[in-house]
Ligand binder design. Structure first.
Ligand SMILES: [Zn+2]
Length: 346
């Protein structure tokens, strides 16, 4: 087989493999593709340019395929997100107060808080401006950690005492360190730390049907002696069954977060179709809903809790995501759109 035939063979192999991948972008990380790219320099000089071009073409075609398919997934009819009236004009009287209603996010946060309170979790508010220590260091993202780049959010021009800009939190995990310190006395009394922070978070996102720059997150932490991953799964299952008012199947897959070890992606049977397959779950019957895991020993240490004695779990879930699945809402941008025809359905 000539080296050019090898490119053709790999092309067929990778495009076949592509169809079987859950995360399509993984194809670009294929070791065989990397090997082929690396082999360019071993080709005889007279063939090298043509060979390199053919390998690059394969790599480009894969990228284009991933890109095209990802656009197809998120392609929903555009919705109008402009303000429904002239925000610079005088205040109109088109909406008498007696016709107003509580915003769906506020309503659902009350339900979520209520369920968690009854399960023994103390509810904390988060902050809308925080420092780098609580956003990163206290959560086991040391300075220069590559995972910091995945949390692209907004920062202030003003600097804190360490010369770092303040940050608009990209997750409510910014509260973990404070909550664990505040409730550490529980452990000394033989009681668990059980707390949840539900509040607004911010990301520098390209907006589409699934991504907003501002959304709500519900974070939970539980620390005690002998806490294990089975308790994490049982707690989340019980919480979600209360919220969706039905029995659910759940499953976890290994994942990576710096602040939990091991980390999991938590999926549940689609509450909309009970796992039969529908548009909400892309016919999968399962929905990857949230990230969770066992709290990393360094995160416990940062709150002066001894990881040799205590263990704990934590989770974070997007509140809009919960609501969208409950009510079959197809576009996250409805929530902040101030459109009355949307709001009046709640
Ligand atoms: Zn479904």
């Amino acid at each position: 087989m000539t080296s050019f035939d090898a490119i053709d063979a790999l092309r067929t192999e990778l495009f076949n493999q592509y169809e079987t991948l859950e995360n399509k972008a993984d194809i670009l990380k294929s070791p065989k593709l990397k090997e082929l790219l690396a082999s360019i320099r071993t080709i005889e000089p007279e063939d090298r340019a043509a060979f390199g071009q053919a390998v690059n073409q394969l790599s480009q075609d894969l990228k284009a395929k991933v890109q095209a398919d990802s656009e197809q997934v998120s392609e929903l009819p555009p919705i109008d997100t402009t303000a429904p009236f002239d925000i610079n004009g005088s205040i109109s009287d088109f909406l008498p107060a007696e016709q107003g209603s509580i915003h769906p996010i506020t309503q659902e946060i009350a339900k979520v808080s209520n369920i968690l309170s009854r399960m023994g979790f103390q509810i904390f508010e988060s902050r809308e401006i925080d420092d780098q220590y609580h956003m990163f260091e206290s959560l086991n993202f040391p300075k220069g950690h590559p995972a910091r780049d995945e949390y692209d959010t907004f920062m202030t021009v003003e600097k804190d005492n360490d010369g770092e800009p303040f940050i608009a939190p990209a997750h409510t995990s910014t509260m973990q360190n404070r909550v664990m310190k505040a409730l550490k006395g529980n452990l000394e009394k033989g009681l668990p730390i059980a707390a949840s922070s539900i509040d607004r978070v911010f990301r520098n996102e390209d907006l589409d049907a699934r991504h907003e720059h501002t959304f709500y997150q519900c974070e939970g932490v539980y620390v005690d002696k002998g806490v294990h991953a089975g308790m994490l799964v049982a707690t989340l299952k019980s919480f979600l069954e209360s919220y969706y008012e039905k029995e659910l199947q759940v499953r976890i897959n290994p994942f990576y977060f710096p602040f939990t070890e091991p980390s999991f992606e938590f999926a549940l049977s689609c509450p909309f179709c009970d796992g039969e397959g529908c548009n909400v779950c892309s016919q999968e019957g399962w929905i990857e809903l949230l990230g969770c895991g066992m709290i990393h020993p360094n995160v416990l240490r940062a709150a002066a809790i001894d990881p040799e004695v205590y263990t704990g779990f934590a989770w974070g879930v997007g509140v809009e995501r919960l609501i969208m699945m409950k009510h079959g809402i197809e576009d996250i941008r409805h929530f902040e759109s101030a459109k009355l025809d949307f709001l009046r359905q709640f």
